[in-house]
Design a protein around this ligand. Structure first.
Ligand code: 5GP
Ligand code: ZN
Length: 116
């Protein structure tokens, strides 16, 4: 997608602080972290949102690649054994501001028992 911010980050056209990369997945630090660890995990291929991914085989494959990479990303950011929260905002009304599926990996402080 030409003017998608996260596609530009994947292509290296916008700089990012990368923490993990493989053929299918990129993880980089959020520009406005809400916790000591706040990493965005994205499929390299553009999908607008999570529901779109769930609807076809390539999207499901991309989700599998993300979940396969997750333990290594957690290890690389120092959260192994410490716990974390993985969040996806799906759709504008849920707070999704960048329309390229991404998961927020947050941790490094007590997150509390409730999401809100
Ligand atoms: P959303 O609100 O869509 O769930 O999350 C989008 C996230 O992307 C926000 O937490 C925001 O701080 C982050 N973000 C937006 N633009 C950039 C950017 O250019 N670089 C990085 N690293 N993060 C960004
Ligand atoms: Zn994109």
């Amino acid at each position: 997608m030409d003017d998608c911010i996260f596609c530009k980050i994947v292509r290296g056209e916008i700089p990012s602080s990368k923490v993990y990369e493989d053929e299918h997945v990129l993880a980089f630090k959020d520009l406005h972290p809400v916790s000591p660890v706040h990493v965005l995990i994205v499929p390299k291929r553009h999908f607008d949102n999570l529901c779109e991914m769930s609807g076809d085989e390539e999207g499901l494959d991309a989700l599998r690649f993300i979940y396969q990479a997750l333990p290594e990303i957690v290890r690389l950011v120092g959260l192994q054994g410490k716990g974390f929260r993985l969040i996806n905002n799906c759709g504008a009304s849920a707070g999704q501001s960048v329309m390229h599926t991404h998961f927020h990996l947050i941790g490094g402080r007590p997150l509390g028992a409730k999401i809100l």
